[in-house]
Design a protein around this ligand. Structure first.
Ligand code: SAM
Length: 351
């Protein structure tokens, strides 16, 4: 079966909520409006802070049509932003068709869905124009260094640096702008890159966001000392030029945003460890094998897909999603004595 016919045959739930007036809200009063969907567990990079380098995909993928059915249900419940991720989403056959179908959906407010994608950028040069044409709104490229030797020590893939930079430029040329570039900082690996990234943001016109390292790796690398906290990143940025704080774009903004004193370049810092933002969390995740995760640090998944495969109706699945979201965790416990590593690492959840 081709991906096109696969999608054409998928059941099409109504856009109106199947449980009248239902909106996703958890028991802590947070509205859940942001869905992250992993569309494959495979990845072509072996970043040292993410993967052991010895293991491949651990979880299955669903047919594209099934992701689409699930996203439709979530959208009918008030989701207005969908981010496709992985694994590495550009490896997934049927991605363009999925985006094309997502672009036809409307939120409960009748607006177009905000469709974003997180990628390592390795395969972006070829794909950027068709992703844009299919209806992709925004793209985030993960890039953890701006010099080739450091970058390739992290990804463990020779030639990866030039592929990613070319991919970023292709995304800008395809008007997927402003392209965001996410860099996870690890002390001793790439913390010296902060000033270089500041220059990269200013020269390339991308928004760079530094993200604190979280205990979500396959291996056991994380220690509190490996995290480069926000105040240290700001101090390193100021070696380039004085920084000026920018207003958040929205209530649920996770990045603390800065520009420089001449107004050129934007840099953000996302500090889930040193300045947790769980109180504003609006996210829910779907793993590649169709499990709902209500927090990156959840100890268990909620098996939506087995219900779907078992023949559950859209109304049954909607009820199930509402119940699962109600139980979303209040916050994570990184750095606390009772912290337990989550049951999956980042690459197998979808970041
Ligand atoms: N392959 C895609 C990519 O590279 O962006 C999508 C999946 S990747 C797991 C998503 C993001 O998670 C990347 O930006 C990666 O740097 C980040 N990430 C992975 N492990 C992390 C960790 N332990 N702490 C913080 N971010 C992490």
């Amino acid at each position: 079966m081709s991906f096109q016919s696969d999608i054409a045959e998928a059941p099409r739930p109504a856009q109106a909520p199947l449980v009248a007036g239902a909106r996703l809200k958890d028991s802590h009063g947070r509205a859940i409006t942001d869905l992250r969907v992993s569309i494959t567990d495979r990845c072509n990079y072996k970043c040292v802070y993410c993967r052991t380098g010895n293991e491949g995909a651990q979880y299955s993928e669903l047919p594209i049509a099934d992701y689409l059915r699930i996203v439709r249900l979530f959208v009918s419940l008030g989701i207005d932003k969908v981010r496709l991720t992985g694994g590495e989403p550009l490896l997934r056959k049927g991605l363009t068709e999925l985006i094309r179908e997502l672009a036809t959906l409307r939120t409960t407010a009748g607006e177009k869905l905000d469709i974003a994608l997180t990628t390592n950028g390795h395969l972006l040069e070829d794909q950027a124009p068709r992703l844009k044409a299919a209806g992709l709104s925004r793209i985030t490229v993960s890039m953890d260094a701006v010099d080739a030797p450091t970058f390739e020590r992290i990804t463990r893939v020779p030639g990866s640096f030039s592929k990613v930079v070319t991919g970023i430029r292709a995304a800008q040329a395809a008007a997927l702008a402003p392209v965001k570039v996410n860099c996870v900082l690890l002390r001793g690996f790439n913390d010296d890159q902060v000033p270089l990234f500041a220059r990269f943001a200013r020269e390339e016109g991308v928004i760079v966001r530094f993200i604190e390292f979280m205990p979500l790796e396959e291996d056991r690398l994380w220690t509190p000392e490996s995290v480069v906290p926000i105040r240290e990143v700001v101090a390193r940025l100021e070696t380039v030029r004085p920084v000026v704080r920018l207003q958040p774009n929205s209530h649920s903004e996770t990045a603390v945003r800065y520009t420089f004193d001449d107004g050129i370049g934007e840099v953000g810092i996302i500090a889930p460890v040193s300045q947790a933002f769980c109180g504003q969390c609006s996210r829910v995740r779907l793993t590649s094998d169709g499990k709902i995760r209500t927090c990156l640090f959840s100890q268990s998944d909620h098996d939506l897909y087995s219900r779907m495969r078992g023949g559950a109706s859209d109304a049954d699945l909607t009820e199930y999603i509402i119940q699962v979201i109600e139980k979303k965790e209040a916050r994570h416990h990184i750095g606390e004595p009772d912290f337990l590593k989550p049951s999956r690492s980042m690459v197998h959840i979808g970041g």
